[in-house]
Design a protein around this ligand. Sequence first.
Ligand SMILES: NC(=O)c1ccc[n+]([C@@H]2O[C@H](COP(=O)([O-])OP(=O)(O)OC[C@H]3O[C@@H](n4cnc5c(N)ncnc54)[C@H](OP(=O)(O)O)[C@@H]3O)[C@@H](O)[C@H]2O)c1
Length: 481
Amino acid sequence: MPDPLPKVLVTGATGYIGRRLAELLAAGPDWSVRLLVRNRLKVQASLAGQVEVVEGSTFHPEGLAAALAGVACAFYLIHSMGGSEDYRRLDRESAENFRRACIDAGVRRIVYLGGLGVREGASTHLLSRLETGEILAAEPERIETVWLRAGVIIGSGSASFEIIRNLTQKLPMMITPRWVRSRTQPIGIDDVLSYLVASITVPCQGGLVVDIGSEQLNFQEMMQQAAEVMGLKRILLPVPLLSPRLSSYWLIFFTPVPYRIASALVEGLKCETILQNDNAARLYPEVQPVPFKMAVTKAMAELENNQVLSRWCDSSGGEACDIKDFDNPAGAVLRDTRIVPYSRGELQQDVFRAACSVGGPNGWFRYNLLWRLRGLLDKLVGGYGLNRGRRLDRDLRVGDALDFWKVVDLREGKRLLLYAQMKLPGQAWLEFDVQPDCLVQTAHFLPRGLLGRLYWYAILPLHHFVFSDLARTVVRSARKE
Ligand SMILES: NC(=O)c1ccc[n+]([C@@H]2O[C@H](COP(=O)([O-])OP(=O)(O)OC[C@H]3O[C@@H](n4cnc5c(N)ncnc54)[C@H](OP(=O)(O)O)[C@@H]3O)[C@@H](O)[C@H]2O)c1
């Protein structure tokens, strides 16, 4: 029997915006929802049975036909920024493939969310977002395109919010370079989602560009207002000098984001980014963007109540899925295994839960200081360090960032596998294999050349303390539960 509801396709459904949009559309009565993802294991469990999931990539056009069959409206929430230096080319290729596949499949409309701003003085990141919009909208006579353009998005887990929150909470006094005084128009994530949903049906003849944002503010004002929401007093001292590059380094030390995201934000804010059209107010009168302070209040509440649905680090935005092929450490040649026994069947579930609660604010137990030092070293060489923390206090899902690890396999009650995203001369995994009568915890390492081996043997004495403590404490804390 044909599905009576019009079908929408959400691409980028494992990313920051896409996860939230998929959840919202699936909860409503109006649409039948299909997701295009590169790895179905990353789709949140809450969507099971509510949406159709198709695996594919815009770089493999042959698979796009199946994802787009019968679709009335397709959301394009994809970018390749994390992958390579060449991301502009990849973004163009991806958009071309997608538009062609949509036309071939008879899709009526593409809805795209890109960046706010104009070409003049645009950062490479923004240029790429503008080019993507132009490519998607290139054949208005064959397919409609609603192109939403947003600047700073404020929501729990968004990169901009995490930067503002971390700077505000960590630094009582801050020197502020010139770029923090460029005007922009931030917008709350809920309003972005409202615009996206309304874009399925908004009247559009061929193509529509809709700039979205709330009140005009500069980054300094955003930090001051965020401090007020958090009940903090902050002193901001303007300085004429502090190059965007230095600012980006400054951001990576005090916030969780890596250099690529910090510099994209700084470069993006060097020039004014304000709305260039009033289409949002004219065509979406039902959406009234909330002021910045209210968006911050909502984001803070979600953090405090453990309700963060997606984060900036859910996806790398790279050419391939960030957990692709990393879920099997069998090729590793060096291992450190710790086995902690317990009575058969007694603790299995609790040990699994305890293993899933390590990291982030819960820390890494007795040798937390050593883990922190490792995190700092990682930051110093351009890695994530420990600052990404964890999304929720207890729960994990495949694709979650956990300090400098990424969850690449999670089998309820049985196995948690973490892949190291720290800067290393090789590849590393940390596996918790929860057996009925013991915990088998293994650090796997696949060294890169001689340096990799030297690294492994140099830190072996530390492993002795750190990993045996970790395995024992996981079982001990399960006993206490
Ligand atoms: N987040 C913001 O603050 C913000 C602000 C303004 C505008 N925007 C715009 O919103 C859109 C979505 O951004 P986001 O922050 O949600 O991105 P994101 O978190 O990095 O997610 C990107 C998504 O795209 C998927 N993807 C990447 N390349 C793909 C490909 N070739 N084929 C299929 N899927 C692919 C990723 O899948 P994997 O999980 O497999 O990697 C992931 O689901 C972008 O156009 C961005 O410019 C975002």
